[in-house]
Write a protein that binds this ligand. Structure first.
Ligand SMILES: Cc1cc2nc3c(=O)[nH]c(=O)nc-3n(C[C@H](O)[C@H](O)[C@H](O)COP(=O)(O)OP(=O)(O)OC[C@H]3O[C@@H](n4cnc5c(N)ncnc54)[C@H](O)[C@@H]3O)c2cc1C
Length: 384
């Protein structure tokens, strides 16, 4: 099989880079030993949610514009809007409805009832530019979503009313059901009919969207949410739950399907060795093509921490810089453009967990590498 580009890793960075390369006409293969982190998160892409003092940021464009280049992490871009618009268009093509990227962060609600900023979220997730009255709708057995506790926090944080409703259990329900069990149940016609019936029998508060835990289906969630909204004549949306996250699983499944549809093979296996134009898997298989590592840093298994504190690329064996002031959250390569380009969490200096900039990190590093690959391909007529 002739491949121009082999992307190691199928987390969000690997998926985005593969998509861009496919759109540019490259034949791409993806090699990975696991699914990556997308199924662990709700699916919303953060731009820059908090400043260095932990205060929420309203205008992330202004925040990034104000950074001096030398204080920005590697790969930071000036072309943000075009990148966000590309992601929104790509998702729409995959069947993930999303509002057009706006000038500001939106508020989303956490399962504790707090508000937090985010930038681009699938439309199944509740986001708003101004907190308003809401109705939290709970189901039995989900300890991560307790409407009465959420309502107390939400009212304290926003000053807006939060109503609560608890639903009964369907006949098929078992005490062991988690969010994913509920989501598969509600993905099927029987589950959807059950929920419609239950909601039609309830009288709803006069104001506010209905906010469910993120359980309203897997592959058919979008259509079901639209149908619920139409039937109940009000907005219906979800609050993402802690991992494993149904929202991230929905995004991953649609993204995988889109890539497969564009003839991208997913090769399962651990890469043991990489050179700029070849990877060798643990079982001896080789894939010969231009290589990019999207292996997720320390969290994703792409970087290994040795007993003496040295941090090494698990694939190439290269030691990456780990200065006195670094910590494991931010360790990585100083640049995206080494002999084997790296993207996503492999790049140093970003701190998505602290500042809410995971989506920006992926967009920025992936587009930087993609542009370099494109330039090379135009100059040489080949991707290698
Ligand atoms: C719990 C959680 C919640 C998050 N929430 C948000 C959020 O709300 N918003 C947001 O914007 N971001 C969020 N993030 C995203 C995070 O901040 C990073 O942006 C993201 O995890 C980095 O993705 P990545 O593609 O670089 O790596 P990963 O997703 O870690 O993917 C790494 C990939 O590399 C593969 N791999 C590694 N080594 C090898 C090898 N040797 N051979 C073969 N394959 C290999 C792995 O199997 C995997 O497929 C969250 C992350 C986590 C973990």
């Amino acid at each position: 099989m002739a491949t121009d580009l082999v992307v190691v890793g199928r987390g969000p960075a690997g998926l985005l880079l593969s998509s861009l390369a496919v759109q540019a006409g490259a034949a791409v293969s993806v090699v990975a030993d696991g699914l990556g982190t997308l199924p662990l998160w709700g699916g919303q892409w953060d731009f820059r949610s908090y400043d260095t003092d932990g205060a929420p940021i309203t205008d992330p464009y202004a925040w990034w514009r104000a950074r001096e280049p030398h204080t920005s992490p590697p790969g930071v871009t000036r072309g943000w809007l075009a990148y966000w618009q590309h992601l929104a268009a790509l998702w729409t093509e995959m069947g993930i409805a999303v509002n057009p990227p706006g000038p500001n962060n939106q508020w989303t609600v956490t399962p504790l009832g707090h508000l937090r900023p985010t930038y681009l979220a699938p439309s199944w997730q509740y986001t708003t530019d101004k907190p308003s009255p809401v109705i939290f709708v709970g189901v039995p057995g989900l300890t991560d979503f307790v409407p009465t506790a959420m309502a107390r926090v939400y009212e304290w944080a926003t000053g807006a009313t939060a109503y609560t409703m608890m639903l009964e259990t369907p006949p098929a329900w078992r005490e062991t059901w988690n969010a994913l069990n509920w989501a598969w149940f509600l993905d099927a016609p029987g589950g959807q009919e059950w929920l419609m019936r239950v909601l039609r029998g309830r009288s709803l508060p006069s104001e506010g969207p209905l906010l469910f835990p993120q359980i309203l289906g897997v592959d058919h969630a979008q259509a079901f949410i639209a149908e619920l909204a139409k039937t109940l004549s009000r907005r219906v949306a979800e609050v993402p739950l802690p991992p494993v996250s149904v929202g991230g699983i929905r995004v991953q499944r649609r993204w995988d399907r889109w890539l497969r549809h564009h003839a991208v093979p997913f090769i399962s296996g651990r890469v043991h060795r990489a050179e700029p134009d070849q990877v060798v898997l643990a079982d001896g298989r080789k894939v010969t093509a231009r290589v990019v590592l999207a292996t997720g840093g320390v969290l994703g298994g792409g970087l290994l921490v040795e007993a003496d504190g040295t941090v090494r690329d698990a694939v190439t064996g290269v030691a990456v810089s780990f200065g006195e002031h670094d910590d494991l959250a931010t360790v990585g390569y100083l640049e995206t453009t080494g002999p084997i380009p790296v993207v996503g969490r492999m790049v140093k200096g970003w701190n998505p967990d602290q500042y809410g900039e995971g989506g920006a990190m992926i967009l920025s590093t992936v587009h930087a590498v993609h542009q370099r690959l494109m330039r090379h391909s135009l100059e040489t007529g080949t991707w290698r």
